[in-house]
Every structure is written in C-alpha cells, then in structure tokens.
Ligand binder design. Structure first.
Ligand code: ATP
Length: 357
C-alpha cells in the first residue's frame, strides 16, 4: 500500500472553490475519514484521489509517484483504486460472484485465479456461500458487503468509500462500521471514507480529516480531535464541543493561563498571547454552589440512560444549551453555577494541520 499525499490541492467549479489548498499525508494502512458538513469538499477530495477530477493546482502522490499535478495525470483505471459508493452500483442481473468477477476479468486474471480470489473476498466480508445470489436476494448490509468485496478483489492500493452507509438504517450502520473495522485490519489496505457523520468517523477511522469550506481544518486521531481541536470549528463540530472567547496571558509547557471574562483560569493548551478560545465539552463541567465559571439557568431535565440529563442555558454561550447529568430534580429557572474542570486553549487563528502527535 502506498503512502497517500496531497500537497496544496485545489479544485474550482466555475466560480466556486470546492477544494482550497488541501495538504495531507496519510500513512500506509491508515483508515482515514474525510469528515465535514455538507458542501465542505469531501467528495471532491475523494474524486481527486480517484482521478475522477483533475486538480487545478497542487499535486497528489502515491508514495513518491505524482498521480496528478505538475502536468502529470494518471487515469483512474491505472491508479489501482477500489471504489465503494453509497448506491453500491451492483449489476442487478449478475450474481454476487458475477459482480465480483467483472473487475477481475478486466484485470486479466485467469478463470481459476478469479474463482479463488472471489471465494477469498467473500470469506473476508462474511458472505461465503452467498455467491450465487443476485443483489435483490440480499439485504442492504449484504449488498454493501458485495460492493466492498468487489473492490477488495482486485487488491487495490487504496479503497475509497463515499458515504457507503448512507442507505442503511441506524442499527445496520453500526454493524457495518464494525465490519469495516474488521475488514480493514484483516486486509491492511488503506481506506479513505467520506462521511458527514462525526460519530461514524470517530467510530471507524484511525485518522480523521475535518474539512470546512473546501479547506482542511485538522488531520488527527479521533482522540486528538476531541481533546485538542486545532480550530474553533473543529471544537464545535466534534462531540458537541463548546468554545468561549478568552484572553491568553501566558502559555508554557502545555499549560495556558487565560482570562475568561474577569476570571483567571489555568488550562491545558497552546496559544500565543492575545485573543483565543477555550474549548471544552459538557463532560468537563461540574456543578458548584458558588464561584462557578459559568452562570446558567436550568431550562429542563429529562431522564435518560439512568441519569437526569439537565439542560442549562449559560449566559456566556449565546443561546446554546449545555446538557449534563445532575442527580436531583430541580425546578426550571433555578440558577446553576458550573466550573470548567478541563478544556483546551487555542489561538484565534484558523485550523492547522496536526499529525496526532
Ligand atoms: P456532501 O456531504 O453534501 O456530499 P461534500 O463535502 O462531499 O458534500 P462536495 O460534493 O465535494 O462536498 O462539493 C463541494 C462543493 O462543490 C459543493 O458546493 C458542490 O455543490 C460543488 N460541486 C461539486 N461538484 C461539482 C460540479 N461537478 N460542478 C459544480 N459544482 C460542484
């Protein structure tokens, strides 16, 4: 499997900048999720990697080989890529075996090798014994597995998956995510997976690239995205994170002293002196009787997963409710003070590219 590198890759459609100077490198064997809101450019990045779009600027490399950019362009069929689409794109009149064999015939494998390869991939995706069925005789999850088996069969350098679970119900989606993880570790292939669902990305990927407005906000491990967001957008997008504007007084050895309004806080983080953001999650909040960092008002409580989830409206976070478990019934309208026990301070600038270290 090659290392995949994008270097300042851009793509414009008419006067719309769909991809804007994206640079990233993913190691061999990674499971990368391209995550971002609708229209952020994820699918276009995937199509650029596949060779279905030509970049206007920058370059794409598989190891040291330029596949696009600098006047070079390797067509999709020469890139050794397997693609899995949301629609599965199976031939309805062909059997499962026929669907998988199709790509192998194009690849010039002999009949006996093809048969062995088909049985091998059917086993990998958990469909051994279903080779003679036609797509309409399969469930949605099984069809998705056939689509994956078909792309695995040619032993591609890279497997590209475009919202592959979008057509499945929530229960099946979860099961298929576990399947993707298993198949990824079994094959050792590099997977690039497009999704707008952060839970999906965090559950399945070894690395997540968060995109917004055609730009890469951050590339990091799921844990790092959650704990150490590089930009306010990432902080808010991942895990329903919150951000508060702060003034950074000093940052040293991974600790940062900030002023939140009139209060002095010492928090993990890394930011230049000046304006910045304190990023945190609801799980970082604790109720106190007095001296809280956030003054809130209880707007309601619901009993969920064995605890009373309490919706509080902090005056400091414009119109945005934070929900946290409290252990007693409290009347709506009650003032509640919260301390921020943990968080992450960043500068006010845009996102940066971090590698998970
Ligand atoms: P979604 O999650 O909705 O699929 P996305 O993040 O995958 O979104 P893209 O499909 O990459 O986003 O599209 C990025 C932007 O580029 C969108 O505003 C889209 O309308 C535009 N775009 C994509 N393909 C074309 C095209 N062929 N011609 C014109 N505009 C396009």
């Amino acid at each position: 499997m090659p290392r995949l590198t994008l270097s300042t890759v851009s793509k414009r459609f008419d006067d719309f900048q769909a991809v804007d100077g994206v640079s990233l490198t993913i190691p061999d064997g990674a499971f990368l999720a391209l995550l971002g809101p609708s229209g952020s450019g994820k699918t276009t990045v995937l199509r650029l990697i596949a060779g279905l779009e030509v970049p206007d600027g920058g370059e794409i490399l598989f190891d040291e080989t330029i596949v696009a950019g600098h006047g070079a362009f390797l067509p999709p069929e020469k890139r050794g890529i397997g693609m899995v689409f949301q629609s599965y794109a199976l031939w309805p009149t062909m059997t499962v075996r026929g669907n998988i064999e199709f790509g192998l015939k194009v690849g010039g494998l002999k009949p006996r090798e093809r048969a062995a390869r088909i049985e091998e991939v059917l086993k990998v995706v958990g469909l051994a014994g279903l080779g003679d069925r036609r797509p309409h005789e399969l469930s949605g999850g099984q069809r998705q597995r056939v689509a994956l088996a078909r792309s695995l069969a040619t032993r591609p350098n890279l497997i590209l998956l475009d919202e592959p679970l979008a057509n499945l119900d929530a229960h099946l989606r979860e099961a298929m995510l576990a399947e993707f993880r298993r198949i990824h570790s079994l094959t050792g292939s590099t997977f690039v997976f497009v999704t707008h669902d952060q839970d999906e990305a965090m559950a399945v990927a070894t690395h997540v690239a968060v995109m917004d407005h055609g730009r890469l906000e951050q590339l990091a491990t799921p844990e790092e995205l959650y704990r150490k967001p590089a930009s306010p957008m990432v902080a808010r997008f991942i895990g329903r994170g919150r951000t508060l504007p702060v003034r950074v007084l000093k940052s040293e050895g991974g600790r940062t002293r900030v002023m939140l309004g009139q209060q002095l806080l010492d928090m993990p983080g890394n930011a230049p002196v000046g304006y910045g953001w304190l990023c945190f999650h609801a799980s970082d909040l604790k109720r106190v009787n007095e001296g809280g960092h956030l003054k809130t008002e209880l707007v309601g409580q619901v009993f969920q997963n064995g605890s009373l989830l309490s919706h509080c409206l902090p005056t400091e976070i414009d119109g945005d409710v934070v929900s946290l478990p409290l252990d007693e019934r409290i009347a709506p309208g009650t003032p509640i003070e919260l301390v921020i026990t943990d968080g992450w301070v960043i500068g006010e600038g845009r996102g940066t590219h971090s590698n998970g270290d």
